[in-house]
Write a protein that binds this ligand. Structure first.
Ligand code: X5A
Ligand code: ZN
Length: 695
């Protein structure tokens, strides 16, 4: 199994800069790279990466995405005079040339391809390339937006050619639309391109009609181009995560990529003079983590934009630290995405509904003409929005010079990450890197503390007391940060869960998320919000009004409804869990009721993005060896095996998930994927009618 994180950097790429007065290009400076690299050094992150040499791209590699004529003309730039460079530059938009930029552009591609090579050959699991110039705006015969050659486009074509990769996912989280990437792959069904970008109904650069949500790809590439336009500035963590939960991740899992390329621009982070967004640098740790569950963890992040040096450096560190396997920091204060974000999410889901099974039955409402849903500016472009956000208004008046945000909290990982308490015989089935925790049985008085029935006769059973001692030591080790997470196989699941929840609540957190697979809830839930219980089962549960108890009944499909389960995890469980922001997670199951092994492993992997990776997994004695093994592997952060091509989910399972999402949306805003007010206003449906749209 591939391990390790590659870092590609060469100081040479700092050796070009803007040589004349050109305000639009001032922000693209050599310091962008030096501050990012220095931050990785001072935090000790670069020392933990595998440093790989950068090389120059060959002409053939450049020609994968560019025309011979364009290459020939760029090739002449090193010998041009300043005057000639200015003239040469003028045929393009928002880009500048320098005698050394051709050299750097070849290094930028070379670094990107070295990274792809290392990941595809299994030399490392993932990695990041810190490069200049960026690439995603450049086109076949065109430089644009600080970009000379399209690093990521070349990487995707290279992976297809040299490694026979049949499905590449490109996630472009830069705040500008990578139109170069879109043009390159819009007819290609083997490359799924996703981009979110500041758009403001075409008022924002590059002001293209085809950056809107209804550009879905062409010919056989229809459905493989996903544009999520931001029509307001000030988008934040909740908006970004919602797009991942309700648009990108469901489609990405269905696409089942073999390789993930991230056009990692950080101008989408707070403080950026181009983006004017509010998402904090730590969100990139989460975006990265969520993508690491795809393609068996094969992920290459390639720097694009990012112009606030502080925000950029912090965001780069968050990304690399997550690639290295450290748990992302907790994100508090998540709520509903804003109205404008919901509108965009709604629109893009509608535009892609016909291409992706995961959206087929979703609440995207009746098909409407694109223009009636999201009015686009007709005529004049590049004009300021009449009603700018507060931030923009304030900035116009010079009130805000610098936006401030707290530095992301440090997130050091404990040296041993997974503690295990296993009956003899099972111990050989988990990797040697797990810490075998020796346990002292509890006395029945200790065990009775906090249990709803202190007189439970099971508390006399030695085996039970022994296992509760195990749960207790694991939690203690998690609290002391000796381990990050733990796994115990126990003879009585309900008791272990009840005890574990109680101990976690008394010792180190005020919110526990309990994810339970099975029919009888292991604990009685209070409505005080200290525990959220998400239960997956195959039998109908009683109706509930609780916002902390979420039963999801998924009917079995032989062998199991993987797409239905995954749909529930991505669009229901993750939004709830992120909104709840637990300090500890308990994941418990008797026999993985109706949930396939790979799907369970994915769930455990995804949950590691929450609660700083503090998960206690509890399995009932008798659980198959493979379950124990897969659970331990996921807890250790090993790449999760892919789920393979997803079939069609059972309709009634999708309905069951939708039912819970509808019920809980008012409490947990991250569940929202549609702008209901807007929908109602536009098509004149009432709420009742609207819920009738569901199959
Ligand atoms: C890579 C990147 C931005 C170009 C902005 C032009 N380019 N106004 O972020
Ligand atoms: Zn950008």
């Amino acid at each position: 199994m591939a391990s390790g994180t590659a870092l590609l950097y060469d100081e040479e790429m700092t050796r070009y800069q803007l040589l004349w007065d050109y305000p639009a290009c001032k922000i693209e400076s050599p310091e962008r790279l030096t501050v990012s690299h220095e931050a990785l050094q001072t935090t000790g992150l670069s020392g933990r990466c595998v440093s790989l040499p950068v090389r120059q791209a060959t002409e053939d590699e450049i020609l994968l995405a560019h025309s011979q004529e364009y290459l020939e003309s760029v090739k002449k730039t090193p010998s041009m005079s300043l005057e000639e460079l200015v003239t040469f530059t003028q045929q393009y938009g928002d880009v500048y040339f320098h005698p050394n930029i051709y050299h750097c552009a070849k290094l930028a591609i070379g670094a990107t391809l070295q990274l792809v090579d290392a990941v595809m050959t299994g030399k490392v699991r993932n990695g990041m390339a810190l490069v200049r110039p960026p690439g995603h705006h450049s086109q076949r015969s065109l430089a644009s937006g600080f970009c000379v050659f399209n690093n990521v486009a070349i990487a995707a074509l290279y992976a297809k050619k040299h490694f026979n990769v049949r499905r590449v996912l490109i996630v472009d989280w830069d705040i500008h639309h990578g139109q170069g990437l879109q043009y390159c792959f819009e007819e290609d069904s083997e490359v799924l391109y996703f981009s979110w970008h500041r758009y403001e109904h075409q008022r924002f650069w590059p002001n293209l009609r085809e950056s809107d949500f209804d550009a879905v790809g062409k010919g056989k590439g229809a459905g493989f181009n996903i544009n999520l336009p931001w029509n307001k500035v000030g988008m934040g963590n909740s908006d970004y995560l919602s797009v991942f939960f309700h648009v990108l991740l469901p489609i990405a899992y269905e696409f089942n990529p073999e390789l993930v390329l991230v056009s990692a621009g950080f101008d989408s982070a707070i403080g950026d003079p181009e983006g004017h967004m509010c998402a904090t640098p730590d969100i990139f740790g989460h975006l990265t983590h969520l993508l690491m569950s795809l393609a068996s963890g094969r992920l290459c992040a390639i720097l694009e934009g990012g112009y606030n040096l502080t925000s950029l450096a912090q965001s780069v560190c968050q990304t690399v630290q997550t690639l290295l396997g450290d748990p992302p920091s907790r994100i508090s204060g998540l709520s509903s995405p804003c109205q404008s974000a919901l509108e965009s999410i709604h629109c893009v889901r509608g535009a892609h509904q016909q291409y992706w099974t995961c959206l087929k039955y979703a609440d995207v409402g009746p098909q409407l003409e694109a223009s009636t849903k999201c009015p686009r500016l007709e005529g004049v472009i590049g004009e300021a929005d009449e009603e700018g956000t507060q931030a923009e208004e304030a900035q116009k008046e010079g009130e805000i010079k610098e936006i401030a945000w707290p530095e992301p909290p440090s997130r050091m990982a404990p040296p041993v990450r997974t503690g295990v308490v296993l009956p003899t015989g099972l111990e050989d089935h988990v990797p040697a890197s797990c810490l075998r925790v020796t346990t002292i049985p509890l006395t029945s008085t200790e065990a009775a503390k906090g249990l709803s029935d202190p007189a439970d006769p099971k508390l006399k059973d030695d085996k039970v007391l022994q296992s509760l001692g195990g749960v207790s030591s694991l939690l203690e080790k998690i609290e002391k940060k000796e381990v990050r997470n733990g796994l115990a196989v126990v003879p009585d699941l309900s008791l272990a869960v009840a005890f574990g929840v109680q101990q976690a609540l008394t010792s180190f957190t005020d919110r526990v998320l309990l994810v339970f697979l099975g029919s009888n809830p292991p604990i009685e839930l209070q409505e005080d919000g200290r525990v959220m219980l998400i239960q997956f089962c195959c039998t109908e549960q009683l109706e509930t009004k609780s916002k902390f108890y979420i039963p999801v009944c998924l009917k079995k499909q032989s062998p199991s409804d993987v797409p239905g389960f995954l749909y529930a995890v991505l669009t229901l469980l993750l939004p709830l869990a992120y909104g709840y922001d637990p300090g500890m997670i308990l994941a418990a199951t008797r026999e993985r009721d109706g949930v396939g092994l790979a799907a369970w492993a994915q769930l455990i992997g995804l949950l590691q993005g929450l609660a700083q990776g503090h998960t206690l997994a509890l399995l009932l004695q008798g659980a198959e060896e493979v379950t124990v093994k897969a659970t331990a592997a996921s807890l250790l952060g090993e790449p999760t095996p892919t789920l393979g091509p997803l079939g069609v989910p059972l309709l009634e399972n999708v309905k069951a998930v939708e039912k819970q999402r509808q019920r809980l949306q008012a409490h947990w805003g991250l569940l929202k994927a549609a702008d209901e007010d807007h929908l109602r206003a536009t098509c004149g449906h009432t709420e009742d009618e609207y819920s009738g749209v569901l199959p």
